[in-house]
Structures are given as structure tokens and as C-alpha cells.
Design a protein around this ligand. Structure first.
Ligand code: ADP
Ligand code: ZN
Length: 730
């Protein structure tokens, strides 16, 4: 860190100065004197101090800086008894700050949401459960009180100590049962909202297939060394079973494991499966309140919880003895944070495993090209699961040419017939639609007027339930117009969203329930859970939904999957579009044919001869990905090169472009720069958005340039950011 140094004042040294990272948008740290009567702070301590007239909470990054600022002022207060940021997270935070060009103090604020909370480390309530053992009756024969407690816990698993004491069991009694190995404790970090194990979730590890066994052995052999694995397993091949058994191995002897799942991966099914194996697992889901979240983090830090399951930000949890990290569906877009600290939780997981010298498993049926490239280059060890246990087959992808076909609300007559057949056979039918709402465009057929957002350069989406126009970019709403501004009543919704398909299916298949799953129909977790419960009944019904329906679920009764408009993705200008589109198609297709009943998957297509689509349908993801990755590399695009996007937005378009021009003028010719160009959506909420795209043949070059650019201060009316490894590549 560049610090101005003055001659050291001996008195200052004697007083003691500490260096703090403060949550301010500056790439430097600040020195403060330890006030009288305060204990000496340690690295990782939270410290309250004044800064430019405000009171801020910072993290001590150096308790004895060698070049202390001689005029340092005293800080206000040392908040906790002990540091809240451990050494490995401290190193990780520094790496994040450098790699993503985000100020260190703001990295802490972003990684540890509770950092400015009063009490980030609340007291835990202990809860107790039994370790069921066949020899219990025999061994506890002589200890009637312990035996009573054992029997009580059998019926009342996970009771708090208060509850047990009300039932007449003392803390000492609990501890003696614990010492004899019949009781286990967990921190009550997660409320009863988490579903418990279901009847089908076996607490016992399944006998593994040969492929699974091989994968498990390779992971187990990598104990206590940094070893990244790419587990490529087709949908339903038993990846989760491998994760669970690997976790069981690594948490033995006081170890801990972290399982990262995509945002919508925390379904009741996943949670129940984890809970069946690890009753004391901590689940960090979005429904947790601040206090519950803090408790969950604390149970990991203290080691009371052996397993943490959570989404993106869980990668920053502090552990007592983390031994294994697993990233499920590693290709999923929700691992990339799209604002503030724009990190990829997958990449951070690998970095963290490296610092801790532990294995990390990235699993997916459709791995990202970044990970495939790392496997090609020998950085990740590939593991494969190519069949489904029990011999269930992966349904082939079939393409339905819909050129010249008159569609009924987006569905071809052939498809409708097929859907009816499956329903009448007692099966479920899943329809995938890539947009929510009723229709993406509202057009006047007389004057060609199109409903557009007043604040964005985008079209308003028509919604039916509730009726109205909504901008999916800024959230602006307008009532459904009866006429266009020129007075014509000839308004026509164009294109298909989930609500339109839902309506069509209800009309076409009266008597069969239609369940729609998208962001609008699942405002809360309980809505989603309710939908999933109805689907799990297995009764014949129609499911319609977006990505939410496409990921991670098991729908054993689904035998027909219809993809009505996904292939247009192959034509998008984003160089990653073919990869993303293929991932979506394979993931949706993977919902079918999981049980004894074989499945069918149909893709309605207007470009049935598209080479990418054909390759995917005929050869599967692995071959498609190999070809497409070769193409990307030949074109010098990521992952063959390193990319960053510099974005700027302002109410004044000229200001945004002017600022980016000035950045561009500082970039030397070793970097390929394009732009300033308008962002894919040029204006959102009245702000004009422009961007510069940086491409470098190697990462060191790119990082060197970004490290210089990040120090540039912009006028207040302009916002700008650096996005390293951006998710969108247009
Ligand atoms: P994935 O995570 O790859 O989609 P899962 O682990 O969810 O796959 O497995 C798919 C289904 O196969 C689940 O119902 C699971 O219980 C079952 N399964 C997994 N491994 C085995 C096995 N070794 N023997 C029998 N069934 C298995
Ligand atoms: Zn808008």
C-alpha cells in the first residue's frame, strides 16, 4: 500500500498505532492511534472510528504497521473481545480487493454483511439430538437417567437445553450422555423453517456405482492438499450422492465442509437430502433473518456445525476447520455477483481452497467453458459420471421444425397432440419458456407503435396477473392501455412469456392443473415450496416455467419436456450465448425421464439447421462444448484471454462516454480495447450506460492496467466500475 511517510515521531511509536480498512471508496488504509485504556488491537479486530465526520466500522489489517502515520488520531472503540476476521479470510479479502479492484474496506463490508451490526457474534443456543446406536439399551442399562434422556431425544430430536431442563434433564446429564457418544449437539442456527428429512431421504449412504466410487476415491485421496476437481456428470447421474459421501469423509475427526449451491438450488429436496445425512448442517437460505444468519455464521466459526450449505456469499463464511469445498452447478450464473464487489463465488471457492490447501470439487452436467479450459490445461482434474444409476436413460433431444407452422400461443399443433398423449398416459409435461410475463412486446397493428419504458431503452412486458405493463429492467409499471397514443384500439401482444403459455395450456387442456413457476409466481420460498409439493404428488399436470424450473429439481413424473423458444439464444451477439443456451437446454431436458418411465424432449425451432443446435442435439453437451470452446479459443476470446468491462453511467450520455474516452487514452496498446459503446440496454432508470471492453492475451497485463485505472476519481454525477471476468460479454 502506498503511504506517505513522514519522519517517525518516537512518541507515536510508543503510543501504538493500528492500520484500518474502512468502508470508503478509496484504495488505501488508514492509521489510528490506540486510545488510552484500550487493549492492544489484533489483526482482524472490528474497530469503530470517525472518518471525515462520520462514524465507521473498520477492520484492523495491521496491528503494528512499520511505517505508522505520525499524526494518527485515536480511534473511538474496539468493538469485540476477539478478532472477527480470521487469518485465512484476511488473506482472501486482500486477494479479492486486488483481483476485482474493489477497496479493501468495502470488500469486508460486502463479504461480511453483519460487519456493521452490533453483535456479529451472538451467543448460540445449544440443541441436542441422539446418536442412534443399536447397543444403546445394553450400555445405558445401568444409567436410568441417561437412558431416559436418550429415549426422550429419540422422540424430540434437536431440543434446546432450556426445553430439556423443563423436562427434567440437567445440563450435566446431557453432557454425560454426550461424552458416552449417544448425544450430539448443534448450534441452533437455523430455525424450524428448514424442512427436515423426508421419508425418501435415506440417512444411509447409497452403494455407489463404479464411476461414483472412482470419483469419491480420487477426492478422498486429495486430503489436505489443494486439488481442484471438475466433476462432469450428466443430469441425474448421482453427483449429489458423491458430494454427500465425500463430505461425510472430510467432516470426520472434527472437519467441516462447505457446499455452495445456486440461488434457486436451495430447494426443500436439496435441504432434506443434506439434513438426512448431516442433521446438524447449517443452511444459509434467503429466508433467514439477520439474527439467524449471524447465528449460522457463528456456528460455522465455532465448529459446532460440520456442514454449511448456502448460496454465493457463503463462500466467505469463517470456519473452524474447513477441509472440503464443493460448488454444485458450477456453471450457474448466480455465482457471479453483478454489482458492488463483482466476484465469482466459484472462483473465490477455488482461491480459498488454495489458501487452505484443501480439495475443491466443481460439479455440473454442463460445465462452464472456463472450467473446461482449466481441465484441458491440467489445472483441474476431470472426473466423469456418464450414466444414471439404475440405468435410467438420458432422453434424446429432438428438434421440431416450426418454420411455416401456425402456432397456438407459441405451441405447434404437433406438440399439443404429444402433450395430450402424455397427460392421458398419466404423466406430467414440462414447458420451458425463457421469459416471464405474458408477452415481451405490445404492438399497435395500425400505426406500429410499441409500448416502451419511459425511463429505459427497452420495451414494456405485458403482464396478465395482475394486468399491466412492467419494465423488467427498472421495474416501472403502467396500466394496460386500451388504445395506443394515437387512439387506435388495435393493440396486439407479440411473443410468448410464461403467463401466456399458462393461459394457453389452461384453455387447451381443461381438467389438468397448470402450475407456473417463475419469479412472479414464487415471491416467497413458501410459494415455491407449495408448487414443488403439488408437483411431487406425481398426478398428471402441466408445469410451465423459466430457469427456475430448469435447475436442480427432480420431477420423476415428467416424461415430456417442451422447449418453446430457447434456440433464439444461439443467435444473440454475446459470444457466450451459445454456451449459455446449450446449458439451459441440457438442464431443462435433464428434468425428464428420471424414473422408470423414459422421457422425451422437444425443442421447437425456427433455425433447425443451426450448427450449434444440431451439434448439441446430436452429440450432447461434451462434444458441443469441445467444438464451441475450440471456436472461442481460435477467436482469442475468454477463456483463452482475460476480459474486463469498464462501465460508466450518468444522466448525461456525453459525460459517460467522455469519461470512458479519458480512461481509454491511458490504456497502452498491449490491451485490445473496444468502445466506448452503449451497454446492451443503453438507458436504465434514465441513466445512460456506456462501456469499454478490455481484452488481454494474459491476465497479468489486464490486471496491471486495471490497477492503475481504479485510482481514477470520477465526478460525483457519474458512477463507474470495473468488472473482471464479466458474465455478459457484449
Ligand atoms: P445429480 O446430482 O447428478 O443430478 P443425484 O445425486 O441427485 O444426481 O441422483 C439422481 C438420483 O439417483 C437420485 O434420486 C439419487 O437418490 C439416485 N442415486 C444416486 N446415486 C445412486 C446410487 N449409487 N444408487 C442408487 N441410486 C442413486
Ligand atoms: Zn424501465
Amino acid at each position: 500500500m502506498p503511504f506517505e511517510t513522514k519522519a517517525l515521531h518516537p512518541a507515536t511509536l510508543a503510543m501504538g498505532v493500528v492500520r484500518l480498512a474502512l468502508p470508503v471508496p478509496l484504495f488505501r488504509e488508514f492509521d489510528y492511534r490506540i486510545p488510552a485504556g484500550c487493549r492492544k488491537p489484533l489483526r482482524g479486530d472490528r474497530i469503530k472510528t470517525t472518518f471525515a465526520g462520520r462514524t465507521l466500522t473498520g477492520i484492523c489489517t495491521d496491528a503494528e504497521p512499520v511505517d505508522p502515520w505520525p499524526d494518527a488520531k485515536p480511534f473511538l472503540e474496539l468493538i469485540d473481545d476477539a478478532p472477527v476476521v480470521g487469518p485465512d479470510l484476511m488473506d482472501l479479502a486482500r486477494w479479492l480487493s486486488e483481483y476485482y479492484h474493489h477497496p479493501l474496506g468495502e470488500v469486508f463490508a460486502a463479504c461480511m454483511p453483519g460487519i456493521s451490526q452490533k453483535d456479529p457474534r451472538p451467543k448460540l443456543k445449544r440443541v441436542w439430538s441422539v446418536v442412534e446406536r443399536p447397543d444403546a439399551a445394553a450400555i445405558l442399562r445401568r444409567s436410568p437417567r441417561q437412558r431416559a434422556l436418550y429415549n426422550h431425544l429419540l422422540r424430540h430430536a434437536w431440543s434446546t437445553e432450556e426445553l430439556l431442563s423443563e423436562s427434567g434433564f440437567s445440563a450435566a446429564l446431557i453432557r454425560s450422555l454426550h461424552e458416552r457418544g449417544f448425544a450430539i449437539s448443534a448450534a441452533e442456527a437455523v430455525s424450524d423453517r428448514s424442512p427436515s428429512a423426508g421419508p425418501n431421504d435415506t440417512a444411509i449412504a447409497l452403494p455407489l456405482s463404479e464411476e461414483q466410487q472412482l470419483a469419491l476415491e480420487r477426492i478422498n485421496a486429495a486430503r489436505e492438499t489443494f486439488a481442484p476437481f471438475l466433476l462432469q456428470g450428466i443430469t441425474g447421474s448421482g453427483k449429489t450422492e458423491v458430494y454427500l459421501q465425500a463430505m461425510a469423509q472430510f467432516v470426520a475427526n472434527d472437519g467441516q465442509a462447505l457446499l455452495l449451491v445456486p440461488e434457486i438450488g436451495l430447494t426443500p429436496q436439496t435441504i432434506a437430502r443434506v439434513r438426512a445425512r448431516f442433521p446438524d448442517a447449517t443452511i444459509l437460505h434467503s429466508a433467514l433473518g439477520d439474527q439467524e444468519r449471524a447465528l449460522a455464521w457463528e456456528s460455522c466459526r465455532s465448529g459446532t456445525s460440520r456442514v454449511l450449505v448456502g448460496t454465493r456469499s457463503s463462500v466467505f463464511a469463517q470456519f473452524h476447520s474447513l477441509r472440503l469445498i464443493i460448488v454444485d452447478e458450477e456453471h450457474d450464473s448466480s455465482y457471479k455477483q453483478q454489482d458492488g464487489l463483482r466476484y465469482s463465488a466459484r472462483d473465490v471457492a477455488v482461491k480459498r481452497a488454495m489458501t487452505l490447501a484443501i480439495p475443491v470439487v466443481l460439479g455440473s452436467a454442463t460445465p462452464s467453458f472456463e472450467s473446461l479450459q482449466n481441465a484441458r490445461r491440467g489445472r483441474y482434474q476431470p472426473l466423469y459420471l456418464r450414466s444414471r444409476p439404475g440405468g435410467a436413460t438420458l432422453p434424446p433431444l429432438q428438434i421440431l421444425d416450426i418454420r411455416g407452422v401456425v402456432l397456438e400461443d407459441g405451441l405447434a399443433p404437433d406438440m399439443i397432440r404429444r402433450m395430450r398423449q402424455h397427460l392421458e398416459d398419466g404423466s406430467q409435461v414440462l414447458t420451458y419458456v425463457n421469459r416471464r410475463g405474458f408477452s415481451p412486446v405490445l404492438l399497435c397493428t395500425t400505426c406500429n407503435w410499441i409500448a416502451e419504458c419511459l425511463h429505459c431503452d427497452s420495451r414494456m412486458t405485458t403482464h396478465r396477473t395482475p394486468a399491466g405493463l412492467i419494465c423488467h429492467h427498472c421495474g416501472a409499471r403502467a396500466p394496460m392501455p386500451a388504445k395506443c397514443p394515437n387512439g387506435h384500439p388495435t393493440l396486439l401482444p407479440l411473443g410468448t412469456g410464461t403467463q401466456r403459455t399458462e393461459e394457453a395450456l389452461e384453455r387447451l387442456f381443461t381438467g389438468f392443473p397448470v402450475i407456473r413457476v417463475d419469479r412472479d409466481s414464487t415471491r416467497t420460498q413458501s410459494h415455491l415450496d407449495e408448487h414443488l409439493r403439488r408437483i411431487a404428488s406425481g398426478a398428471p399436470m402441466l408445469l410451465v416455467g423459466t430457469q427456475m424450473l430448469a435447475k436442480g429439481h427432480h420431477f420423476p413424473a415428467v416424461t415430456l419436456v417442451v422447449i418453446i423458444n430457447a434456440d433464439s439464444g444461439f443467435l444473440s451477439p454475446d459470444f457466450r450465448a451459445p454456451e449459455r443456451t446449450a446449458q439451459t437446454i441440457i438442464q431443462v431436458a435433464g428434468r425428464a425421464g428420471r424414473a422408470e418411465r423414459p422421457g422425451e424432449v422437444w425443442i421447437q425451432s425456427l433455425q433447425p439447421d443451426n450448427t450449434a443446435l444440431r451439434s448439441l442435439a446430436e452429440n450432447g453437451y461434451e462434444t458441443f462444448a469441445t467444438e464451441e470452446l475450440d471456436r472461442r479459443i481460435a477467436a482469442g476470446l475468454p477463456p483463452a484471454s482475460a476480459m474486463a468491462i469498464l462501465r460508466a453511467d450518468a444522466f448525461d450520455r456525453v459525460q459517460a462516454t467522455g469519461f470512458l474516452e479519458s480512461l481509454k487514452s491511458r490504456i497502452d496498446s498491449s490491451i485490445q480495447v473496444s468502445g466506448p459503446a452503449p451497454a446492451p440496454i443503453q438507458r436504465i432508470a434514465n441513466r445512460h450506460r456506456q462501456q469499454l471492453l478490455l481484452l488481454a492475451s494474459n491476465r497479468t497485463l489486464l490486471q496491471r492496467v486495471c490497477s492503475q485505472l481504479r485510482l481514477i476519481e470520477a465526478p460525483r454525477s457519474l458512477r463507474w466500475s470495473i468488472d473482471v471476468d464479466p458474465y455478459d460479454g457484449t
